[in-house]
Design a protein. Structure first.
Length: 326
Protein backbone atom coordinates (compact mmCIF):
# COMPACT_ATOMS: atom_id res chain seq x y z
CA UNK A 1 0.00 0.00 0.00
CA UNK A 2 1.38 3.38 -1.04
CA UNK A 3 0.35 6.86 0.00
CA UNK A 4 -0.05 9.82 -2.37
CA UNK A 5 3.72 10.42 -2.54
CA UNK A 6 4.46 6.72 -3.11
CA UNK A 7 5.65 6.05 0.45
CA UNK A 8 5.19 2.47 1.60
CA UNK A 9 2.40 2.19 4.17
CA UNK A 10 2.24 -1.57 4.39
CA UNK A 11 3.47 -4.64 2.53
CA UNK A 12 3.07 -8.40 2.79
CA UNK A 13 5.92 -10.94 2.90
CA UNK A 14 5.76 -11.71 -0.86
CA UNK A 15 6.06 -8.02 -1.72
CA UNK A 16 9.12 -7.98 0.55
CA UNK A 17 10.64 -10.75 -1.57
CA UNK A 18 9.67 -9.25 -4.93
CA UNK A 19 10.95 -5.77 -4.19
CA UNK A 20 13.67 -6.67 -1.73
CA UNK A 21 11.95 -4.83 1.12
CA UNK A 22 12.02 -5.29 4.85
CA UNK A 23 8.66 -4.42 6.35
CA UNK A 24 9.96 -3.34 9.73
CA UNK A 25 12.72 -1.14 8.28
CA UNK A 26 11.22 0.27 5.09
CA UNK A 27 7.73 1.46 6.06
CA UNK A 28 7.54 5.16 5.25
CA UNK A 29 10.26 4.93 2.58
CA UNK A 30 9.55 5.98 -0.96
CA UNK A 31 9.03 2.82 -3.03
CA UNK A 32 11.18 4.16 -5.90
CA UNK A 33 14.03 4.54 -3.46
CA UNK A 34 13.86 0.81 -2.77
CA UNK A 35 13.00 -0.43 -6.26
CA UNK A 36 14.93 1.73 -8.67
CA UNK A 37 14.49 0.04 -12.04
CA UNK A 38 13.87 2.86 -14.56
CA UNK A 39 10.83 1.13 -16.16
CA UNK A 40 9.25 0.77 -12.73
CA UNK A 41 9.91 4.40 -11.78
CA UNK A 42 8.47 5.51 -15.10
CA UNK A 43 5.39 3.29 -14.67
CA UNK A 44 4.67 4.86 -11.30
CA UNK A 45 5.11 8.39 -12.60
CA UNK A 46 2.96 7.88 -15.70
CA UNK A 47 -0.15 7.31 -13.62
CA UNK A 48 -1.63 5.27 -16.43
CA UNK A 49 -2.54 2.07 -14.66
CA UNK A 50 -4.76 0.35 -17.20
CA UNK A 51 -2.03 -2.05 -18.36
CA UNK A 52 0.24 -4.05 -16.07
CA UNK A 53 3.99 -3.53 -16.28
CA UNK A 54 6.11 -6.57 -17.04
CA UNK A 55 9.36 -6.14 -15.16
CA UNK A 56 12.14 -8.51 -16.16
CA UNK A 57 15.27 -9.15 -14.14
CA UNK A 58 13.84 -7.54 -11.01
CA UNK A 59 15.93 -8.10 -7.86
CA UNK A 60 17.03 -11.72 -8.18
CA UNK A 61 18.32 -12.84 -11.52
CA UNK A 62 15.71 -13.90 -14.01
CA UNK A 63 12.68 -12.94 -11.94
CA UNK A 64 9.81 -11.64 -14.05
CA UNK A 65 7.12 -9.66 -12.28
CA UNK A 66 3.78 -8.47 -13.53
CA UNK A 67 3.03 -5.25 -11.68
CA UNK A 68 -0.24 -3.42 -11.43
CA UNK A 69 -1.25 -0.32 -9.55
CA UNK A 70 -4.81 0.02 -8.33
CA UNK A 71 -5.80 3.46 -7.03
CA UNK A 72 -8.18 3.47 -4.08
CA UNK A 73 -9.55 5.88 -1.50
CA UNK A 74 -8.18 9.42 -1.96
CA UNK A 75 -4.74 9.31 -3.61
CA UNK A 76 -3.83 5.90 -2.23
CA UNK A 77 -2.56 3.02 -4.30
CA UNK A 78 -2.37 -0.71 -3.99
CA UNK A 79 0.69 -2.08 -5.75
CA UNK A 80 0.08 -5.68 -6.79
CA UNK A 81 2.96 -7.76 -8.07
CA UNK A 82 2.76 -11.29 -9.40
CA UNK A 83 5.64 -13.64 -10.09
CA UNK A 84 5.41 -14.48 -13.80
CA UNK A 85 8.78 -16.23 -14.07
CA UNK A 86 7.48 -19.79 -14.46
CA UNK A 87 4.82 -18.73 -16.93
CA UNK A 88 7.39 -16.90 -19.08
CA UNK A 89 9.76 -19.87 -18.99
CA UNK A 90 7.01 -22.25 -20.12
CA UNK A 91 6.01 -19.83 -22.91
CA UNK A 92 9.62 -19.68 -24.10
CA UNK A 93 9.88 -23.47 -23.99
CA UNK A 94 6.68 -23.80 -26.01
CA UNK A 95 7.95 -21.37 -28.64
CA UNK A 96 11.37 -23.00 -28.85
CA UNK A 97 9.77 -26.42 -29.10
CA UNK A 98 7.60 -25.47 -32.09
CA UNK A 99 10.55 -23.76 -33.78
CA UNK A 100 12.85 -26.75 -33.20
CA UNK A 101 10.35 -29.39 -34.30
CA UNK A 102 9.62 -27.47 -37.50
CA UNK A 103 13.30 -27.04 -38.17
CA UNK A 104 14.07 -30.72 -37.54
CA UNK A 105 11.28 -31.84 -39.88
CA UNK A 106 12.43 -29.69 -42.73
CA UNK A 107 15.42 -31.70 -43.95
CA UNK A 108 13.83 -35.20 -43.86
CA UNK A 109 10.79 -33.81 -45.66
CA UNK A 110 12.89 -32.25 -48.40
CA UNK A 111 14.69 -35.57 -48.93
CA UNK A 112 11.49 -37.64 -49.04
CA UNK A 113 9.84 -35.13 -51.34
CA UNK A 114 12.81 -35.16 -53.70
CA UNK A 115 12.82 -38.96 -53.99
CA UNK A 116 9.06 -39.13 -54.47
CA UNK A 117 9.34 -36.67 -57.36
CA UNK A 118 12.27 -38.48 -58.93
CA UNK A 119 10.53 -41.88 -58.73
CA UNK A 120 7.32 -40.46 -60.13
CA UNK A 121 9.13 -38.98 -63.11
CA UNK A 122 11.09 -42.15 -63.93
CA UNK A 123 10.24 -43.25 -67.47
CA UNK A 124 10.58 -46.91 -66.47
CA UNK A 125 7.71 -46.61 -63.99
CA UNK A 126 4.95 -48.46 -65.77
CA UNK A 127 2.78 -49.59 -62.92
CA UNK A 128 -0.22 -47.20 -62.84
CA UNK A 129 -0.92 -47.90 -59.21
CA UNK A 130 2.63 -47.06 -58.19
CA UNK A 131 2.50 -43.86 -60.20
CA UNK A 132 -0.78 -42.86 -58.56
CA UNK A 133 0.60 -43.71 -55.11
CA UNK A 134 3.66 -41.57 -55.75
CA UNK A 135 1.46 -38.72 -56.92
CA UNK A 136 -0.53 -38.84 -53.67
CA UNK A 137 2.62 -39.14 -51.59
CA UNK A 138 4.02 -36.10 -53.39
CA UNK A 139 0.89 -34.06 -52.62
CA UNK A 140 1.07 -34.94 -48.95
CA UNK A 141 4.79 -34.27 -48.52
CA UNK A 142 4.33 -30.90 -50.24
CA UNK A 143 1.50 -30.17 -47.84
CA UNK A 144 3.78 -31.02 -44.92
CA UNK A 145 6.46 -28.76 -46.35
CA UNK A 146 4.01 -25.87 -46.56
CA UNK A 147 2.96 -26.51 -42.95
CA UNK A 148 6.53 -26.61 -41.71
CA UNK A 149 7.38 -23.42 -43.61
CA UNK A 150 4.36 -21.59 -42.17
CA UNK A 151 5.19 -22.83 -38.66
CA UNK A 152 8.75 -21.58 -39.05
CA UNK A 153 7.51 -18.20 -40.33
CA UNK A 154 5.17 -17.94 -37.34
CA UNK A 155 7.84 -18.83 -34.81
CA UNK A 156 10.17 -16.23 -36.31
CA UNK A 157 7.43 -13.60 -35.98
CA UNK A 158 6.72 -14.79 -32.45
CA UNK A 159 10.31 -14.49 -31.29
CA UNK A 160 10.75 -11.47 -29.03
CA UNK A 161 14.45 -11.29 -29.97
CA UNK A 162 13.62 -10.94 -33.64
CA UNK A 163 12.96 -7.20 -33.92
CA UNK A 164 11.21 -5.76 -36.96
CA UNK A 165 13.74 -4.94 -39.69
CA UNK A 166 12.48 -1.57 -40.81
CA UNK A 167 13.08 -0.14 -44.26
CA UNK A 168 11.20 1.95 -46.77
CA UNK A 169 8.72 -0.42 -48.40
CA UNK A 170 7.78 0.53 -51.95
CA UNK A 171 4.15 -0.41 -51.63
CA UNK A 172 3.22 0.38 -55.22
CA UNK A 173 5.85 -2.05 -56.52
CA UNK A 174 4.91 -4.64 -53.89
CA UNK A 175 1.18 -4.50 -54.64
CA UNK A 176 1.88 -4.65 -58.40
CA UNK A 177 4.03 -7.75 -57.90
CA UNK A 178 1.31 -9.38 -55.78
CA UNK A 179 -1.23 -8.60 -58.49
CA UNK A 180 0.95 -10.42 -61.04
CA UNK A 181 1.32 -13.40 -58.68
CA UNK A 182 -2.45 -13.34 -58.15
CA UNK A 183 -3.03 -13.49 -61.91
CA UNK A 184 -0.91 -16.59 -62.24
CA UNK A 185 -2.44 -18.23 -59.13
CA UNK A 186 -5.92 -17.62 -60.47
CA UNK A 187 -4.99 -18.90 -63.93
CA UNK A 188 -7.67 -16.73 -65.55
CA UNK A 189 -10.43 -18.22 -63.45
CA UNK A 190 -11.23 -14.87 -61.80
CA UNK A 191 -11.42 -11.22 -62.77
CA UNK A 192 -8.57 -9.53 -60.91
CA UNK A 193 -8.33 -5.75 -60.57
CA UNK A 194 -5.66 -3.48 -59.20
CA UNK A 195 -6.59 -0.10 -57.68
CA UNK A 196 -3.58 2.02 -56.80
CA UNK A 197 -5.06 5.15 -55.25
CA UNK A 198 -1.98 6.21 -53.31
CA UNK A 199 1.70 6.20 -54.11
CA UNK A 200 2.90 6.43 -50.52
CA UNK A 201 5.42 3.99 -49.08
CA UNK A 202 5.49 2.63 -45.53
CA UNK A 203 8.18 2.06 -42.96
CA UNK A 204 8.29 -1.66 -42.32
CA UNK A 205 9.62 -5.02 -43.44
CA UNK A 206 9.16 -5.75 -47.16
CA UNK A 207 9.58 -9.48 -46.60
CA UNK A 208 6.97 -9.67 -43.84
CA UNK A 209 4.47 -7.49 -45.67
CA UNK A 210 4.90 -9.51 -48.86
CA UNK A 211 4.14 -12.67 -46.92
CA UNK A 212 1.09 -11.19 -45.15
CA UNK A 213 -0.43 -9.52 -48.22
CA UNK A 214 0.36 -12.61 -50.31
CA UNK A 215 -1.66 -14.72 -47.88
CA UNK A 216 -4.65 -12.39 -48.26
CA UNK A 217 -4.46 -12.52 -52.05
CA UNK A 218 -4.10 -16.30 -52.09
CA UNK A 219 -7.07 -16.66 -49.71
CA UNK A 220 -9.25 -14.44 -51.90
CA UNK A 221 -8.45 -16.63 -54.89
CA UNK A 222 -8.92 -19.90 -53.02
CA UNK A 223 -12.26 -18.92 -51.49
CA UNK A 224 -13.76 -17.32 -54.59
CA UNK A 225 -15.49 -19.50 -57.17
CA UNK A 226 -14.74 -19.25 -60.86
CA UNK A 227 -15.57 -15.91 -62.56
CA UNK A 228 -15.66 -14.09 -59.24
CA UNK A 229 -14.07 -10.68 -58.81
CA UNK A 230 -11.01 -9.84 -56.71
CA UNK A 231 -9.77 -6.30 -56.12
CA UNK A 232 -6.38 -5.39 -54.65
CA UNK A 233 -6.34 -1.82 -53.39
CA UNK A 234 -3.72 0.50 -51.95
CA UNK A 235 -5.22 3.72 -50.63
CA UNK A 236 -5.23 6.25 -47.79
CA UNK A 237 -8.07 6.72 -45.34
CA UNK A 238 -7.91 9.64 -42.92
CA UNK A 239 -4.12 9.77 -43.17
CA UNK A 240 -3.73 6.03 -42.72
CA UNK A 241 -2.32 3.89 -45.53
CA UNK A 242 -4.57 0.89 -46.13
CA UNK A 243 -4.04 -2.28 -48.14
CA UNK A 244 -7.15 -4.30 -48.86
CA UNK A 245 -8.28 -7.33 -50.79
CA UNK A 246 -11.95 -7.59 -51.69
CA UNK A 247 -13.45 -10.72 -53.14
CA UNK A 248 -16.89 -11.83 -54.29
CA UNK A 249 -16.31 -15.30 -52.86
CA UNK A 250 -18.04 -17.63 -50.43
CA UNK A 251 -17.85 -15.17 -47.52
CA UNK A 252 -17.74 -15.98 -43.82
CA UNK A 253 -20.57 -16.21 -41.28
CA UNK A 254 -20.25 -13.61 -38.49
CA UNK A 255 -19.66 -16.11 -35.67
CA UNK A 256 -16.41 -17.29 -37.29
CA UNK A 257 -14.86 -13.88 -37.95
CA UNK A 258 -13.37 -13.23 -34.48
CA UNK A 259 -11.61 -16.62 -34.53
CA UNK A 260 -10.13 -16.63 -38.05
CA UNK A 261 -6.67 -15.52 -36.95
CA UNK A 262 -6.31 -18.41 -34.48
CA UNK A 263 -3.81 -21.03 -35.60
CA UNK A 264 -5.49 -23.87 -37.51
CA UNK A 265 -8.96 -22.33 -37.25
CA UNK A 266 -10.84 -23.06 -40.47
CA UNK A 267 -14.47 -22.55 -41.35
CA UNK A 268 -14.44 -25.44 -43.81
CA UNK A 269 -11.62 -27.89 -43.24
CA UNK A 270 -11.94 -29.79 -46.50
CA UNK A 271 -12.09 -26.66 -48.67
CA UNK A 272 -9.00 -25.29 -46.93
CA UNK A 273 -7.11 -28.58 -47.49
CA UNK A 274 -8.22 -29.09 -51.08
CA UNK A 275 -6.95 -25.66 -52.02
CA UNK A 276 -3.60 -26.17 -50.30
CA UNK A 277 -4.31 -24.25 -47.08
CA UNK A 278 -2.37 -24.75 -43.87
CA UNK A 279 -4.75 -22.97 -41.51
CA UNK A 280 -1.92 -20.66 -40.51
CA UNK A 281 -2.17 -17.91 -43.15
CA UNK A 282 -4.29 -15.44 -41.20
CA UNK A 283 -2.32 -16.09 -38.00
CA UNK A 284 0.75 -14.93 -39.94
CA UNK A 285 -1.14 -11.90 -41.29
CA UNK A 286 -2.24 -10.93 -37.78
CA UNK A 287 1.30 -11.24 -36.39
CA UNK A 288 2.80 -9.15 -39.17
CA UNK A 289 0.10 -6.51 -38.72
CA UNK A 290 0.77 -6.35 -34.97
CA UNK A 291 4.50 -5.99 -35.53
CA UNK A 292 3.72 -2.93 -37.68
CA UNK A 293 1.15 -1.58 -35.18
CA UNK A 294 -1.35 -2.03 -38.01
CA UNK A 295 -4.99 -3.13 -37.69
CA UNK A 296 -6.41 -6.13 -39.51
CA UNK A 297 -10.08 -5.66 -40.34
CA UNK A 298 -12.37 -8.30 -41.73
CA UNK A 299 -15.82 -7.60 -43.11
CA UNK A 300 -17.68 -10.39 -44.77
CA UNK A 301 -21.07 -11.67 -45.73
CA UNK A 302 -21.79 -15.32 -46.34
CA UNK A 303 -22.39 -16.02 -50.01
CA UNK A 304 -21.45 -12.48 -51.04
CA UNK A 305 -17.75 -12.03 -50.34
CA UNK A 306 -15.20 -10.54 -47.98
CA UNK A 307 -12.90 -7.59 -47.49
CA UNK A 308 -9.64 -8.08 -45.59
CA UNK A 309 -7.82 -4.81 -44.93
CA UNK A 310 -4.67 -3.79 -43.10
CA UNK A 311 -4.58 -0.17 -41.90
CA UNK A 312 -1.16 1.22 -40.97
CA UNK A 313 -0.74 3.95 -38.38
CA UNK A 314 -0.06 7.39 -39.94
CA UNK A 315 3.42 7.41 -38.38
CA UNK A 316 4.44 4.55 -40.71
CA UNK A 317 3.49 6.49 -43.84
CA UNK A 318 6.41 7.65 -45.97
CA UNK A 319 6.79 10.46 -46.69
CA UNK A 320 5.14 11.56 -43.44
CA UNK A 321 1.82 13.39 -44.06
CA UNK A 322 3.18 16.84 -43.08
CA UNK A 323 6.08 16.48 -45.56
CA UNK A 324 3.65 15.98 -48.44
CA UNK A 325 1.72 19.14 -47.59
CA UNK A 326 4.74 21.44 -47.67
P1 LIG B 1 -6.27 -21.56 -44.67
O1 LIG B 1 -4.93 -22.06 -45.02
O2 LIG B 1 -7.19 -22.63 -44.15
O3 LIG B 1 -6.89 -20.74 -45.75
P2 LIG B 1 -6.10 -19.08 -43.15
O4 LIG B 1 -5.54 -18.84 -41.80
O5 LIG B 1 -5.51 -18.34 -44.28
O6 LIG B 1 -6.01 -20.65 -43.38
O7 LIG B 1 -7.64 -18.77 -43.08
C1 LIG B 1 -8.43 -19.30 -42.03
C2 LIG B 1 -9.84 -19.59 -42.52
O8 LIG B 1 -10.50 -18.35 -42.82
C3 LIG B 1 -9.92 -20.38 -43.81
O9 LIG B 1 -9.85 -21.77 -43.57
C4 LIG B 1 -11.27 -19.97 -44.37
O10 LIG B 1 -12.29 -20.73 -43.77
C5 LIG B 1 -11.42 -18.53 -43.90
N1 LIG B 1 -11.05 -17.54 -44.96
C6 LIG B 1 -9.88 -16.89 -45.09
N2 LIG B 1 -9.91 -16.04 -46.15
C7 LIG B 1 -11.14 -16.13 -46.67
C8 LIG B 1 -11.81 -15.49 -47.77
N3 LIG B 1 -11.21 -14.56 -48.53
N4 LIG B 1 -13.09 -15.84 -48.02
C9 LIG B 1 -13.72 -16.77 -47.26
N5 LIG B 1 -13.15 -17.41 -46.20
C10 LIG B 1 -11.88 -17.10 -45.91
Amino acid sequence: MLDEADHIEWCNPLAEQHFGLDCTRDIGQQITYMARQPEFVQYLSMRNFGEPLILRGARQDGLTLSIKLVPYSVNKKLLISRDNTRFERIETMRRDFVANVSHELRTPLTVVNGFVETLHDMPSLENDMARRALELMGEQTQRMERLVNDLLTLSKLDNALNALQEEKVDMVALVRALYQEGLSLSGNRHRLRLELESDCAVLGSTEELRSAFGNLVSNAIRYTPQDGEIVLRWQEQGGQPVFSVRDSGIGIAPQHIPRLTERFYRVDRSRSRETGGTGLGLAIVKHVANRHQARLEITSEEGKGSIFSIAFPAKRRLPLPEETQT
